[in-house]
Ligand binder design. Structure first.
Ligand code: PLP
Length: 393
């Protein structure tokens, strides 16, 4: 059994492209061309060069000595927080803007919730001198004003979504409407391993640079390419997909996915999709999602904006359903403590999303000689106010 996508765009029973008829030409153009374009030598050369010179890759694989001592195992941190813009998201937006150029597109659209993906998209549009339109819920625009300012500085136009709950899902609807109306000149940059096929696979391939580097770095440091475990937090699942990618079909490498339990799985304020979700369709993909008995999507909650999503990508739904992945959920409280702990033990302030992955070591014990790689998806600068309020700093 393979845990990669199959030719029809499915991971097990999950994935596919459940889209309105009017969107079919756009998605089909991308589906029929993405692999061939990604495999072109000129594409690979440009992608690798930008990752090196602009993003700052390879990111270090850092042995966290004091953290390891505390938890009695060998913990390495894959430092995606050191990427330009402070998180892994830019790996994907670099890949997709090159894809858009190869497809002859002139205009980029994106949707954003907390604004992180909007900033990563606006960044690469500035880099390439392309028009950038970011849809964002009106409520989110108020809540995330620093990211709105960043996008504006980078030259993007931020358009408020004013319908429904005026948050991420409404912004997504607006972006889809725009794409339907502009099928020829516009590329839609989706920010995680979600959406209709081929997005989950395409985004996973762009993020796969994370595990590609891990293999080389582990070989240097441990004499073998494979860790015993790879740990990552999962919102939509893109940093996790990149960290797992080259280990998916190696059963000897344990895969650990960490979701946000919010205030607790049973409190009604959670984003622990594997624990609470059922199969359903969201953003054009069949996957696990949190929903009511009659199929209405449940409003998710997490203290971290990046994990506050009611579904997971289809790769992760399959890793869960097949038992290949071990899924753990972590509360706001435990994540916040783990973030503070990493700051004090290693001098690294992680994003609150990432803090969820770091929190598992309290309860999930590893052997002394286990090599455990945690994907440090992002840095905590953007979360400073949340840390300040939470700990009265
Ligand atoms: C956006 C974000 C996430 C969640 O997104 P994934 O697609 O699940 O990776 C995690 N960590 C950071 C730092 C983020 O910015």
């Amino acid at each position: 059994m393979s845990y990669q996508v199959n030719e029809k765009g499915y991971y097990g029973e999950f994935g596919g492209a459940y889209i309105p008829e009017m969107l079919y030409p756009n998605v089909e153009e991308l589906r029929s061309r993405y692999l061939e374009i990604m495999q072109e030598e000129s594409f690979q050369k440009e992608f690798k060069e930008l990752l090196k010179e602009y993003v700052g890759r390879p990111t270090p694989l850092y042995f966290a000595k004091r953290f390891s001592e505390k938890y009695g195992t060998k913990v390495y941190l894959k430092r995606e927080d050191l990427c330009h813009t402070g998180a892994h998201k830019v790996n994907n937006t670099i890949g997709q803007i090159l894809m858009a150029q190869k497809l002859g597109k002139k205009r980029i659209i994106a949707e954003t919730g907390a604004g992180q993906h909007g900033v990563a998209t606006a960044t690469v549009c500035a880099l390439m001198g392309m028009e950038c339109i970011v849809y964002m819920g009106e409520v989110d625009i108020e809540r995330q004003s620093p990211n709105v300012a960043r996008m504006k500085m980078l030259g993007a136009k931020v358009i408020p979504a004013k319908s429904g709950s005026r948050t991420l899902k409404d912004a997504t609807n607006e972006a889809i409407r725009d794409w339907i109306n502009n099928p020829v000149d516009t590329h839609y940059i989706i920010g995680s391993v979600v959406g209709p096929h081929p997005y989950p696979d395409m985004v996973a391939r762009f993020q796969a640079v994370i595990s590609e580097e891990m293999k080389v770095q582990l070989k240097e440091k441990e004499g073998k390419e494979d860790p015993d475990y790879v740990v990552a937090c999962v919102g939509g699942g893109s940093n996790a997909a990149g960290a797992y990618y080259h280990y998916l079909d190696k059963p000897e490498v344990g895969i650990i996915a960490v979701e946000a339990a919010g205030k607790g799985i049973d409190t009604g304020e959670s984003a622990a999709t594997s624990a609470l979700g059922k199969p359903g369709i969201i953003h054009g993909s069949k996957t696990l999602l949190m929903q009511t008995g009659d199929g209405q999507i449940t409003e998710p909650y997490s203290i971290s904006a990046g994990l506050d999503y009611p579904g997971v990508g289809p790769m992760h739904a399959h890793l869960f359903a097949s038992g290949r992945g071990e899924f753990i959920s972590v509360t706001d409280e435990n994540a916040m403590k783990a973030g503070l702990e990493l700051a004090k033990l290693e001098g690294i302030i992680p994003a609150i999303e990432t803090s969820h992955a770091l929190a598992i070591f309290e309860d999930r014990k590893f052997k002394k000689d286990d090599v455990v790689v945690v994907n440090l998806s992002g840095r905590g600068d953007k979360d400073l106010n949340t840390y300040i309020e939470y700990f009265n700093l």
